[in-house]
Design a protein around this ligand. Structure first.
Ligand code: GRF
Length: 212
């Protein structure tokens, strides 16, 4: 059975969606860079090993990333899922887990990389917003896209209402993408285009999970 590790920094709702999805793999650990991440308790309640590698106490970014990698490697995962993990990871760390680390980002990339994506979307006046699951590469929020989901932006939306609408879709597409990875069905072509291996051959990954 394939093994996966989830990295979180806070609430952990994506982590919970992944844990409760009945994925074809075993979650062998949940690791956080913050001791106060609420998701840790929920992982423990499900009998999953947890660990904290504090970014503030590790002695700088390189030491933090080395400690984080050492912790991850103890569990020998096939897949690393960043689920609301709020640290930017350096090149060396990212290359170590190349092609087996996924991230969920709350915008339709390449629009609105970085932080405060819902505020960015509202400020830009876009009518459609959403979320993206992508492979992690050294360039921030720019790795090969696995799946995206779109939601409307309504005229009376606040950051909070828009975030809630997007989050619901995050849970859907992240569990789908993780499932596909664990089933060995994702293929990255030329470091950019991702296809989903179907019984009938390779097909393009559909953009909106409602279509599946
Ligand atoms: C999610 O919106 C995720 O996309 C973003 O941070 C939020 C984390 O939420 N990077 P949760 O911890 O998964 O509830």
């Amino acid at each position: 059975m394939q093994r996966f590790v989830i990295l979180i920094s806070g609430r952990g709702s994506n982590m919970l969606a992944l844990l409760d999805a009945g994925l074809p793999g075993e979650c062998v650990a949940v690791i956080s860079n913050r001791t106060d991440a609420a998701g840790l308790e929920q992982a423990r309640a499900r009998g999953i090993a947890t660990a904290v590698v504090g970014h503030a106490t590790s002695g700088g970014r390189e030491a933090f990333e080395a400690a984080l990698a050492a912790e991850i490697d103890r569990y020998q995962p096939d897949l690393i899922l960043l689920a609301g993990f709020m640290r930017i990871l350096g090149d060396e760390f990212v290359r170590r887990y190349q092609d087996r680390m996924l991230n969920i980002h709350p915008s339709l990339l390449p629009a609105f990389p970085g932080l405060k994506t819902h505020a960015q979307a509202l400020a830009a006046g876009v009518r459609i917003h959403g979320c993206t699951v992508h492979f992690v590469t050294p360039s921030l929020d720019a790795g090969p896209i696995v799946i995206q989901a779109a939601v409307p932006v309504l005229s009376d939306d606040s950051e909070a209402t828009l975030a809630a609408r997007v989050l619901e879709q995050e849970h859907v597409i992240y569990t789908l993408a993780a499932r596909w990875f664990l089933e060995g069905r994702l293929q990255v072509h030329d470091g950019r285009r991702v296809t989903l291996n179907d019984e009938g051959g390779n097909s393009d990954v559909l953009i909106n999970p409602g279509c599946l």
